[in-house]
Design a protein around this ligand. Structure first.
Ligand code: GLY
Length: 417
């Protein structure tokens, strides 16, 4: 069945408002079947070993799972997964080829936690070093600190033998240029969504004007030399800067576990902006007694609820992985007084692994009907599973996009949350 995006979201919001925010959370899903994803498949078999990650890591799970099964360390296994997208110039949300800040400079964030030794490492705003997941591990192993940022983190990485390299691929540079030239008056300066006085545009430009704008963007993208098959991806990035990221948690047969999160952060951000990914307790948290969790999505929102730590504490106090994640999502909604006019511009996905191998993937919104949010899993069988969402439908683009997003702009094979 085809549903127009505006209609789909509108009815979802109406349903959520009418029925109360708990409808998609504990009432509808948890009470009936405490570990069932939206797909209807059973979540969380409790098998060990197991690795879970954001879906852009699915192609790297086989090697990491073999490594883990053969006795490899849990953090090393998790890093084997996230290093794949870090090294891939076509994944523009992580590492090499990540979309840059507003000045055209790629700045990367990462953190990790090693459950067996209860240690942590983190780096923020790192330039010129591709594998920041490994740099965060080096901070953990070779310093008495937990977090290094900016130039100091880069110098530390070079001292540890990491090569300096240009992380800005030609494609990402051209997408940034398209953004810069298109949004010269629309950027991240000024009050954000969380400002009490923020209001969405009240008089959206007519749909025809937006079609014309997209046409002009296509022409501009062609002039910049962006390949035809990348033009719609580039326009989507420009109109709706992504916060792509990858998280991975790994659990071995002995019950040891670790987690890692790495990202290039919000595209076209202010220089120096750190999201949730390098924040221990927000983008990633592992407690050897309980479980491991991580996040992708709106970093600012996740920092405010210490999402990964909140989820682990929820499980420590008896919630299932699904209940624990849903509670964290509801805290994000609470921070906006459950105002759907604001929540529709946010999204968040949590990847949750309990010490016994039970797991869940939850998200604020379902995603597009033909591209729902997914979690990737390997417990002997590699697969992707649809997350359980708090709200039906897909989030809106931010900054607000006042007409239905054309279908071709929603097709995006590269950036997969
Ligand atoms: N969640 C990634 C970021 O906001 O930077």
């Amino acid at each position: 069945m085809s549903i127009s995006r505006r209609g789909f979201i509108g009815s979802a919001i109406a349903a959520s408002v009418a029925s109360g925010l708990n409808e998609r959370g504990l009432n509808a899903q948890d009470k009936a079947n405490s570990d069932a994803p939206a797909s209807g498949q059973p979540f969380g078999t409790g098998k060990r070993p197991i690795i879970i990650c954001a879906n852009n890591g699915v192609n790297y799970l086989d090697g990491a799972f073999s490594f883990l099964k053969n006795g490899g360390d849990t953090l090393d296994a998790a890093i084997r997964v996230v290093k794949g997208p870090e090294d891939d110039p076509n994944d523009d949300s992580v590492g090499l080829g990540g979309l840059p800040n507003e000045e055209g400079v790629v700045e990367l964030d990462a953190c990790c936690m090693h459950g067996p030794t209860r240690r942590a490492g983190s780096v923020g705003g790192v330039r010129n070093i591709k594998n920041v997941s490994l740099v965060s591990k080096a901070v953990m192993e070779h310093t008495g600190h937990v977090m290094l940022v900016g130039e100091g983190a880069e110098r530390f990485a070079v001292a540890m033998g990491f090569p300096r390299e240009n992380l800005l691929t030609e494609r990402s540079r051209k997408i940034w240029l398209l953004w810069k030239e298109t949004n010269s008056t629309h950027d991240w300066w000024g009050p954000g969504l969380a400002d009490p006085h923020w209001t969405p545009p009240s008089t959206p430009p007519q749909a025809a004007l937006w079609k014309e704008r997209i046409h002009r963007l296509e022409e501009h993208a062609a002039r910049l030399g962006i390949e035809p098959e990348w033009r719609m991806v580039a326009i989507r990035r420009v109109l709706s800067p992504p916060t792509g990221t990858i998280h991975c948690s790994a659990l071995n047969d002995k019950g040891e576990m670790s987690g890692v999160t790495t990202t290039s952060g919000l595209a076209f951000k202010l220089p120096g902006r750190c999201g949730d990914s390098p924040i221990i307790g927000a983008g990633c948290y592992t407690d050897q007694d309980v479980g491991s969790a991580g996040a992708t999505g709106s970093g600012e929102e996740n920092i405010k609820i210490a999402g990964a730590h909140t989820i682990i504490e929820n499980m420590r106090h008896g919630m299932s992985p699904l209940e624990a994640g849903m509670d964290a999502l509801k805290r994000i909604a609470r921070n906006y007084n459950n105002d759907m006019n604001k929540l529709k511009f946010l999204d968040m996905t949590y990847y949750i692994l309990r010490k016994d191998g039970a797991y869940a993937g939850v998200s604020l919104w379902e995603g597009y009907s033909d591209k729902p949010h997914k979690i990737a899993v390997h417990d002997g069988t590699r697969r992707s599973e649809v997350t359980v969402a708090l709200f039906k439908g897909a989030s809106h683009e931010f900054p607000p996009f006042p007409v239905n997003m054309p279908k071709e702009l929603t097709q995006d094979s590269v950036y997969v949350k």
